[in-house]
Write a protein that binds this ligand. Structure first.
Ligand code: NAP
Length: 522
């Protein structure tokens, strides 16, 4: 039996139906368990050992800003250096563990996460302000990444058997994918478990060791991820848990001569900075650093006059306001052809006005944005938007005590307006009118980004053109532009949206490996 068959085929983790009493009760009890653990202090983990610092990152509940989720130790440059030395040392043994063994540890971690699924989700409800459904989807995606990359590693390890090289008499040839070395993994806060788990697991299962620098707004859930990986049997020093200031240890590690690769997901600004710094050869550096950078988006939904307008309105509102518009895939633009513009804009307004804002722990559809600087930035964009178009819904802060902002819709916005061009990363939808479907597609393409998009139509010829012409990494037809599933919709964007690394797809692990050809005379 081949190694591949030691794991059952991959299936996506199902989402929880919180309409069922048992699931609702389970989530409530997970929330009270997590609440009883709030306010704890978490150490760094360097070389498998706990390191406590007096300088700390304090993580708060964005829905109730006086509630402390936990505080984590903050790594200095000295800690980052120690972590690098430790990661370099353990790389020499970890890279030699058979691929199938590394993969099995990921599957074990997925199992542990599944057992405590609601607990992981509850941490995200409180630390990131996700409602139950959004948090549950995040946990399910994290489990999927662990299960999927485990199987992908085994497949990659068997490349020679599955895709043999051309045979040449007198030679024995083999292509194998070997790990790169020590990587720095820098996830964002908006999928604080799934993206953190996916980026880390892919690097580690490929045989690399990593320094995990979580986002400073969600370091506790990243700690919970670190814990579960160690509990599953990943040696404690294969992942060095080093929260700290992005600008300080981020720059240091990006420029470090021993950093072999950087796996980053976050804003365009930081992604470009990392790309620039990493391109410089530091003294003692003997490789070109590999950069995997997934960045922002200005995603949009295009609707022509043949479309089902109710389905389009549902999709536009779900894409724009799911998790308060704080998804890289969020549909922050709607481009609608003039024949159906007024009718569809009215439907969007009706649906937006019905959205209820409240506490994530009570499972309110709309919660807070993540922190004070996001809150200020988004309100500032709303003021710009009010001058660039017609305010239809929202436009104001929500209840006090948390970073709440009303879901905001601004119509009649020109294609080149600031709120049609810049990523806002909050609950703000800009709507533009196009003279026809071709102009709508042109307007969709008229940004520097290219992450997700959606085209609504019943006209097959136009759909065929849209599939070819709309330039983005993840293009959908007659459905929302958020909600990519691991293995089903490999995810990553074009242009300033990143290096199109296609997380959750067959090509992803290649980014964390290098191919070595060996040829032996026989
Ligand atoms: P961000 O501000 O760029 O931060 C991302 C990560 O980079 C954080 O861990 C941050 O640490 C760290 N960082 C900051 N400065 C750094 C530096 N100089 N060197 C190295 N690391 C540094 O982004 P965010 O606000 O967390 O996330 C939102 C952004 O991510 C949006 O633009 C969104 O579109 C994008 N995103 C893209 C995808 C995708 O797949 N394309 C997925 C999710 C999110 P600190 O927290 O300590 O500053």
């Amino acid at each position: 039996m081949s190694q591949e068959h030691e794991f059952p085929p991959f299936v996506n983790e199902p989402f929880t139906d919180f309409g069922q009493d048992a699931h609702r009760e389970a989530m409530l009890s997970a929330l009270s368990k997590v609440k009883s653990e709030l306010g704890k202090a978490y150490p760094l983990h360097i070389g498998g050992k706990e390191v406590h610092t007096t300088d700390r990152i304090v993580s708060i509940n964005p829905a109730r800003t006086d509630e402390i989720i936990g505080s984590v130790s903050k790594a200095t440059l000295e800690h980052a250096e120690l972590a690098m030395c430790s990661a370099l040392a353990v790389f020499e043994t970890w890279k030699k563990r058979p691929a199938v063994e590394r993969a099995a540890l990921l599957v074990k971690a997925a199992g542990l996460m599944r057992e405590r699924k609601h607990e992981f989700s509850a941490w995200m409800v409180l630390e990131a302000g996700k409602n139950w459904g959004e948090a549950d989807a995040d946990t399910a995606e994290a489990i999927d990444f662990l299960e999927y990359y485990a199987r992908e590693m085994v497949r990659l390890d068997q490349t020679n058997e599955l895709r043999p090289l051309v045979k040449t008499p007198g030679e024995e040839n083999r292509l194998s994918y070997i790990p790169l070395g020590v990587g720095v993994v820098i996830p964002p806060w908006n999928f604080p478990l799934a993206i953190c788990a996916g980026m880390s697991a892919a690097a580690v299962v490929s045989g690399n060791t990593i320094l995990l620098k979580p986002a400073s707004t969600t370091p506790v859930i990243a700690y919970k991820f670190y814990e579960v990986m160690v509990e599953a049997g990943i040696p404690a020093d294969v992942i060095q848990y080093v929260p700290g200031s992005g600008g300080e240890i981020g720059d240091y590690l990006t420029s470090h001569p021993k950093t072999r690769f950087i796996s980053f997901t976050g804003s365009k600004e930081i992604g470009l900075r990392i790309n620039r710094l990493a391109a410089e050869q530091a003294p003692g550096q003997i490789w070109i650093k590999r950069i995997v950078a997934e960045m922002g988006g200005k995603d949009g939904v295009v609707v022509d006059e043949t479309a089902n307008l109710d389905a389009a309105a549902d999709a536009i509102v779900a894409s724009a306001f799911g998790f308060q518009g704080q998804k890289c895939s969020a549909g922050s633009r709607a481009i609608i052809v003039q024949q159906v513009y007024d009718e569809l804009v009215e439907k969007i307004k009706e649906r937006t006005d019905r959205l209820v804002m409240g506490m994530p722990e009570d499972n309110a559809p709309i919660g807070p944005v993540v922190d004070h600087s996001s809150y200020k930035r988004i309100l500032n964009y709303i003021e710009i938007g009010k001058k660039e178009g017609r305010l239809l819904s929202g436009g104001k802060p929500g209840p006090e005590g948390g970073y709440f902002i009303q879901p905001t819709v601004i119509a009649d916005v020109a294609g080149d307006a600031v709120i049609m061009q810049e990523e806002i990363f909050g609950p703000v939808l800009a709507i533009s009118k196009a003279s026809d479907w071709q102009e709508a597609i042109r307007m969709y393409n008229d940004t520097e980004f290219g992450l997700t998009g959606s085209y609504f139509s019943t006209d097959e010829k136009r759909i065929a053109v849209a599939l070819e012409e709309m330039h983005c990494g993840n293009l959908y037809v007659n459905r929302k532009c958020t909600g990519a599933l691991v293995g089903v919709h490999p995810f990553g964007g074009f242009n300033m949206s990143g290096t199109d690394s296609k997380a959750g797809g067959h090509d992803y692990l290649l980014l964390f490996t290098q191919a070595k050809l060996t040829s032996r005379k026989i």
